[in-house]
Design a protein around this ligand. Structure first.
Ligand code: FE
Length: 312
């Protein structure tokens, strides 16, 4: 009996040390390692360098899921069990959608408050803007003399068969139409849409850059496009000549100003790593991060004073 008892005690001691060993090397670091889970509608090439810099500075890992659609629905389905801490979107509409579905929570944070102008954040703290993108008029250098065109003027006979556009059902155009409705009401906006449609040089097709290519090819004279695509085309050897054939016009400077959209972020309702997610939000509006947004994707920083204050 005795050797058996000795063997049993020895086994228990080995087992105890085994558990200690595993806890020390695996379990405790897992508990201690900080992380934030981001569901992002933004493209990975843009936000990954930002997250890497954040991890470098804070030691907090950032896990990501990227998708162009369905992330809000995913958070909704996962409900309380959702691992998502932060939702990142490329437009204002999705921020409001997430808020209206009750998937976000209110954050009161002085760093975010100070960095982001009121126009680009939710007054109740449920979402915050990160970057600004303007919907501009791209106009042929050669064939368009005007340097000031309003959105409203796109319906005049002057532009008959001279406008190229992507689909009116694309988010970028839907958001512009929403701004027309906000300023002019539904009936007037319907007439505006009809007028723009009648002035199209061809059936809506392609993306924003394809319209500039069409201007370069002489198929039309003006198009609507987001501001950062100019920078993207200039950075692409194949597209540089398209960009060089146009000038950028910021519509409605004499009255309400050019329509802009924002990319933004919101903390989810059940964020398991809320405090670290707030740290990530603060980082994303820092001068360092806003500079990366401007340099990598040619977007306007949302931060008050942009990022130039840190380099000039
Ligand atoms: Fe885009």
């Amino acid at each position: 009996m005795f050797p058996f008892k000795k063997y049993f005690i020895l086994r228990s001691i080995v087992k105890f040390f085994k558990i200690c060993f595993l806890s020390f090397f695996f379990v405790i670091p897992m508990i201690l390692s900080a992380e934030v889970n981001v569901y992002s509608y933004r493209q990975s090439f843009l936000v990954k360098p930002l997250f890497e810099k954040f991890t470098e500075q804070t030691g907090i890992e950032v896990n990501t899921i990227f998708a162009s659609k369905g992330l809000i629905q995913k958070i909704q389905m996962e409900d309380r069990n959702s691992p998502a801490d932060l939702l990142q979107t490329s437009n204002f509409t999705r921020l409001v959608e997430a808020q209206e579905l009750g998937l976000t929570q209110s954050i009161q944070d002085s760093t975010l408050e100070e960095a982001i102008p009121n126009a680009y954040k939710d007054p109740t703290g449920n979402w915050f803007g990160l970057t600004i993108r303007a919907r501009l008029i791209y106009a042929s250098q050669e064939r368009v003399k005007e340097n000031e065109i309003t959105y409203e003027e796109l319906t005049t006979s002057k532009w008959n068969r001279r406008i190229c556009s992507r689909s009116g059902k694309h988010d970028y155009n839907i958001d512009l139409i929403a701004s027309m409705i906000a300023h002019h009401g539904v009936e007037e906006s319907k007439l505006w849409l009809k007028g723009v449609k009648e002035n199209l040089a061809r059936r809506p097709q392609g993306n924003d850059r394809a319209q500039v290519k069409a201007i370069y090819a002489g198929q039309c004279n003006i198009s609507l496009g987001n501001s950062y695509y100019f920078g993207k085309m200039m950075a692409d050897p194949e597209q540089q000549e398209w960009a060089r054939s146009v000038k950028l016009l910021f519509p409605n400077q004499e009255n309400r100003g050019t329509h802009v959209n924002i990319s933004g972020m919101a903390i989810t309702k059940y964020a398991p790593n809320r405090e670290d997610a707030i740290k990530l939000m603060r980082f994303l509006v820092s001068e360092d991060a806003q500079k990366i947004y401007a340099e990598v994707n040619y977007e306007f920083p949302v931060r008050k004073g942009g990022w130039r204050s840190c380099v000039v």
